[in-house]
Write a protein that binds this ligand. Sequence first.
Ligand code: ADP
Length: 294
Amino acid sequence: METVIEKQQVLQRSVPETTIESLKPKVAIDREDRRTVGDLFVKNPRMTCRKVDVYYGDKQAIRDVSLDIGANEVIAMIGPSGCGKSTFIRCLNRMNDTVEGCRVTGEIRLDETDIYDKRMDVVPLRAQVGMVFQKPNPFPKSIFENIAYGVRIHGLANDKTDLEEIVQHSLERAGLWTEVKDRLPQPGTGLSGGQQQRLCIARTIAVNPEVILMDEPCSALDPIATAKIEDLMDELRQKFTIAIVTHSMQQAARVSQRTAYFHLGDLIEVGETDQVFTNPLHPLTEDYITGRFG
Ligand code: ADP
């Protein structure tokens, strides 16, 4: 498996020195300066976040984050433990509403819709912006029902045949169909960890999301199961937008097109993944990717 260092070496070899130099900021950035640098905005955003602050009680966990999440991209959120990555992605489908004492301010839009509007119904929102968690969490139901349940709740199937087709198609998209097609009535919890995580991805896909949030989706999986999920992410981004939190810089480099680096609640830098890893603009990003911090 290609490491980040190897990837950096390949990239550095393939990028002429003059290009790297020309990418460097004209004015050196102060290490204490916590304003976000890089390409925060994209031409074709699916979600837009502006001046987002998050508090747990009196404690501020995220400060003034503005960022676009582009259509059909995988964007990776990286940074040391406790820097606010999970808090931030949980804002994107109002998962933080379920955390007592958590308050979110600022503006977050899915396409044109303000997702924090008082009239917003969070149930369809969480289908449009689905979430896959760190630990696979299939329902204590059959493999079939794990997928069919949400489809029924959201009224997405016309009849039994339609429902069966949606279940099959979702499992196919999640790369799990051939492994489970002969055991659909068996419990989802009987699958291996990697299969369970793909079942959870299939469940998310089944209700027609626009965006899929993944919070360290591979941290409980072995390297082979991890590789399968990473390959899957690349296929899924043809249709969906994916925001992933990962503590693994190697994973961020492998799966994402854009990377956002968080540090103690501040979004420090956002940019093309190759640029962030080979030529970070901010000294704090450089400290982190070179292993000096975190
Ligand atoms: P990361 O995902 O980067 O590890 P988190 O988003 O989990 O970071 O946490 C950011 C900060 O918010 C940390 O200081 C953490 O202790 C705090 N925090 C996270 N969840 C809660 C919670 N439910 N209640 C209070 N503080 C929290």
